[in-house]
Design a protein around this ligand. Structure first.
Ligand SMILES: Cc1cc2nc3c(=O)[nH]c(=O)nc-3n(C[C@H](O)[C@H](O)[C@H](O)COP(=O)(O)OP(=O)(O)OC[C@H]3O[C@@H](n4cnc5c(N)ncnc54)[C@H](O)[C@@H]3O)c2cc1C
Length: 410
């Protein structure tokens, strides 16, 4: 019997995916379906407790094993498929299923993956051996700290200083802002300014353990969708030269490499939220009677549900295409990653809003599925590149040669 999952089976059957991806999709969907008690528990927990609980559980059940590429290949401990290192289609499928099921599960999975990926891609052997086994097990929690209050979209404007010390190390002074897992992380990947070279040229990435003297949570933040979220402060925070990730002066490249890979996964999470909203709207329309007829039989309702379906298809295809481009090593994958993030997050917002509308008053009751989705979807149009920044970046990749071909017509 075919397993009913949160995924669109017709999309999964497209050649973007292979049998391994399809098996992974079934496996993660079954894990999500079987986790009702866990979802209930984390919904009732404080955000910090939920972040730790979920990261540990994801690790214990093998979903983070791919973050330690030396040891994480192959199936999970129970023999079922798991993501493979560097496989962005797998990361997207994981995020889609987790977001469909529980926002905080997607949060725990995505931030741990976000923090581990620069280590996997740019860390030396000693750094990988020190941190990745714990991150893969879920026992060591990571965070990625690039943003500052005056440097959000403008990453090149980072001002947190990392100056050389006499013993060859660095001393960090300044602030980071809006950091996911900020209150619970054991390890921060921090982008800091190490030289006066202009803009992006003077930035370096550092690995800073949370217990480093001088690093502290400056302020806990309460977002519309509660989660571990904080401003950080660095005061005379000393780290050895071995804390540099990659090469000095390559911090901007490391940050962009990560964001270009992850934007499509934000699109995948948006798709998961949107699909949950559309399923909820359809269920309601099939049961709600208005004026003696079911809501589903009204033409306006049909139009609303049809629009949702079209947009879900478009987002799923754009995410699949972007991840496939990245996995096959296409040099232009970042363009598709940006397109997928922009479209999927903007349309997910519309779909969630449409679902709230279709549910009427019951759609805005605190704690209901649609009310929670309404709060959860909002940040996705902001983090890892706002929609405006995505539009600017996509516009910068338009093909001038095609315009040249028709220039005589204008
Ligand atoms: C839930 C959440 C989690 C986050 N997690 C992390 C994290 O883990 N690590 C981290 O480092 N950061 C994190 N961030 C920060 C996030 O990356 C920034 O919020 C984002 O980059 C936008 O920066 P900003 O908030 O400073 O807005 P700004 O950059 O000030 O932008 C404000 C507005 O101006 C627009 N704008 C900016 N530049 C232009 C332009 N050139 N033209 C037109 N419009 C423009 C933007 O699109 C936006 O609408 C998180 C944010 C949120 C909401």
């Amino acid at each position: 019997m075919e397993l009913i999952t949160s995924f669109d089976r017709e999309v999964l059957d497209l050649p973007f995916y292979d049998e391994g991806h399809r098996a992974l999709a079934d496996s993660v969907a079954a894990w999500c379906d079987g986790g009702t008690a866990l979802w209930q528990e984390v919904c009732e927990s404080e955000p910090d407790k939920a972040a730790v609980r979920l990261t540990r559980q994801l690790g214990a059940d093998g979903w983070l094993a791919f973050l330690d590429p030396g040891h994480g290949e192959g199936p999970r401990t129970d023999g079922s498929p798991a993501p493979h290192p560097g496989d962005l289609r797998a990361v997207c499928l994981m995020r889609e299923a987790l977001a469909y099921t529980e926002d905080l599960a997607d949060f725990a999975f995505s931030i741990q993956t976000l923090a581990a990926t620069p280590l996997i891609r740019f860390g030396d052997d000693e750094q990988k051996q020190r941190y990745l086994p714990g991150m893969a097990a879920g026992s060591l929690i990571g965070a990625f700290a690039v943003s500052e209050e005056q440097a959000g979209s403008d990453v090149a404007g980072i001002s947190l200083r990392a100056d050389r010390t006499e013993d060859g190390g660095y001393v960090l002074n300044g602030h980071k802002a809006w950091i996911a897992n900020g209150t619970v992380a054991d390890l921060y990947v921090v982008i800091a300014r190490t030289s006066n070279a202009p803009g992006p040229l003077g930035l370096t990435a550092f690995l800073v353990p949370a217990d480093t003297p001088g690093l502290r949570v400056r302020e806990r933040l309460d977002a519309v969708a509660p989660r571990s979220f904080a401003h950080l402060s660095f005061e005379e925070c000393r780290v050895p030269a071995e804390a540099v990730l990659g090469k000095p002066g390559r911090g901007f490249v490391i940050a962009m490499d990560l964001l270009e890979r992850f934007r499509m996964t934000v699109g995948a999470a948006a798709l998961g939220f949107a699909r949950r909203a559309a399923d909820t709207a359809l269920a309601r329309a099939r049961s709600r009677k208005v004026g003696g007829a079911l809501l589903i039989d009204q033409q306006l309702t049909k139009a609303s549900l049809a629009d949702m379906e079209v947009q879900l298809n478009a987002s799923a295809l754009l995410v699949a295409r972007a991840a496939w481009e990245a996995d096959r090593g296409s040099p232009r994958f970042a363009r598709h990653s940006n397109i997928a993030k922009l479209h999927a997050t903007e349309e997910a917002q519309r779909i969630v809003d449409g679902a709230v509308q279709l549910l009427g008053a019951s759609g805005v009751i605190r704690g209901s599925v649609t009310e929670r989705l309404y709060r959860q979807i909002r940040s996705l149009r902001i983090y890892e590149g706002t929609s405006e920044v995505m539009r600017l970046t996509i516009a910068g990749t338009l093909d001038a040669r095609r315009a040249d071909r028709v220039a005589h017509e204008v």
